[in-house]
Design a protein around this ligand. Structure first.
Ligand SMILES: [Zn+2]
Length: 79
């Protein structure tokens, strides 16, 4: 399904994300989001925890707010 909605940005740069949009991508209250600029668009996606080096999403360890997978930890420990 394609959703479209025209919104105004308030004086603090905020914009309301419609409930239908949030529900479509599984966003709930207090979920983290990733905001990226791609060409001339701002893309908002649900943030997923992934390794900062290879992008894997499984077997992660947290270090100072970043995630690193077990494989990359092994590589880091041998270099
Ligand atoms: Zn990794």
């Amino acid at each position: 399904m394609i959703y479209k909605s025209y919104k105004k940005i308030d004086s603090l740069g905020r914009v309301h994300l419609p409930k239908d949009f949030r529900r479509e991508i599984g966003l709930g209250e207090n979920d983290d989001i990733l905001i990226e600029v791609k060409e001339n668009a701002i893309v908002i996606t649900k943030a997923e925890e992934n390794c900062v080096f290879c992008g894997k999403t499984d077997d992660l360890r947290s270090y100072k707010g970043k995630f690193v997978c077990a494989d990359c930890i092994k590589i880091l420990n041998t270099t």
